[in-house]
Write a protein that binds this ligand. Structure first.
Ligand code: PBG
Ligand code: ZN
Length: 327
């Protein structure tokens, strides 16, 4: 069939038919809200480059988690900012560390909320890189693995439901899986940031998580944004090492990567809509240059259309509120 018998506009004429044939939907059930918890903070601090996002003191973090749960958001991902950093990142695996304490407090208040703990060292190390460093300023892979695994284990012991390594060291999924299994956490899933690019769009996050590298950049461990095939190798190796779910990050601009992974692998796949994606649309909307709700619907639907099962997004709370207001 072709025009004039075929008229694709027929399926766009009425709101009713448009609704019926819509292929993808954004559901609150598929959203995860990031949360920043800062040790020693007395009241929530709004992150300047991320309007509407806060560093929370412990108490407030638990209260915020309750609000998110009441909105129907299935899970949160926790990032911790410790009171102090050191050369080994010791505080990251401390039983009374900021994330561990937050996990226990939130679990108590919201037993039904999925608690994902981001596993990395950059917030805890003075140099701000994601792994241990040698005397020459190089991030060393293998010496970082046990440290990362210990962090993951301590989050598991505190009550995290999922651990999510974001460091991009080779072999960390295997190291984490090994230690978790050895300590009786064989049923705890690993969500691996398998495909994480070196991105300028992480800038606002570094203000929020206070993990900006003191020198250099992360291009010796995070991926080159010019590479697509390499993402499939990262996905493959992480699945081989025991990852249960994969993440692609950033989301915007990497739809092709999400689609390729979706086509090749049958595991659950998430996408992280990062801080810069948030800042960009927030800033333009505040100036009246974009309609925020429509822009967010469009970008997030695009991420789902690309093939993501779930989205980690700073808009999770607002999307849930907008959904609630409509119904
Ligand atoms: C590092 C980490 C980063 C993000 C989360 N964990 C990136 C980085 O600093 O390189 C970025 C998230 C965002 O921008 O929203 N472990
Ligand atoms: Zn890191």
């Amino acid at each position: 069939m072709k025009y004039p018998q075929l008229r694709l506009r027929r399926l766009r004429e009425s709101a009713g038919v448009r609704r019926l044939v819509q292929e993808h939907r954004l559901l609150v059930e598929n959203l995860v809200q990031p949360l920043f918890v800062k040790e020693g903070l007395s009241k929530p601090f709004e992150v300047p480059s991320m309007p509407g996002q806060y560093q929370f003191p412990l108490k407030e973090a638990a209260r915020e988690a309750e609000t998110l749960e009441a909105l129907g958001i299935p899970g949160i991902i926790l990032f911790g900012i410790p009171a102090g950093k050191d050369k080994t990142g010791r505080a990251a695996a401390a039983g009374r560390g900021v994330v561990q304490t937050a996990i226990r407090a939130i679990k108590k208040k919201c037993p039904g909320l999925l608690l994902i703990a981001d596993v990395c060292l950059c917030e805890y190390l003075v140099h701000g890189h994601c792994g241990r460093m040698d005397g020459k300023g190089r991030v060393v892979n293998d010496a970082s693995l046990l440290a990362l695994a210990r962090v993951a284990l301590s989050y598991a012991e505190a009550g995290a439901d999922v651990v999510a390594p974001s460091d991009m060291m080779d072999g960390r999924v295997r190291a984490i899986r090994g230690l978790l299994d050895q300590k009786g956490f064989e049923t705890l899933p690993i969500l691996s940031y398998a495909v994480k690019y070196t991105s300028s769009f992480y800038a606002p996050f570094r203000e929020a998580a206070e993990n900006r590298p003191r020198f250099g950049d992360r291009s010796t461990y995070q991926m080159n944004p010019a590479n697509g095939r390499e993402a499939l190798r990262e996905a493959f190796t992480d699945l081989e090492e025991g990852a249960d779910m994969l993440l692609v990050k950033p989301a915007l601009g990497f739809g092709d990567v999400i689609r390729e992974i979706r086509n090749r692998f049958d595991c659950p796949l998430g996408a992280f809509s990062v801080s810069g994606e948030y800042a960009m649309i927030k800033a333009a909307s505040q100036r009246g240059w974009l309609d925020e709700k429509k822009a967010v619907q469009e970008t997030h639907l695009g991420i789902k259309r690309a093939g993501a099962d779930f989205i980690i997004t700073y808009w999770a709370k607002e999307l849930a509120e907008w959904t609630k207001a409509k119904s």
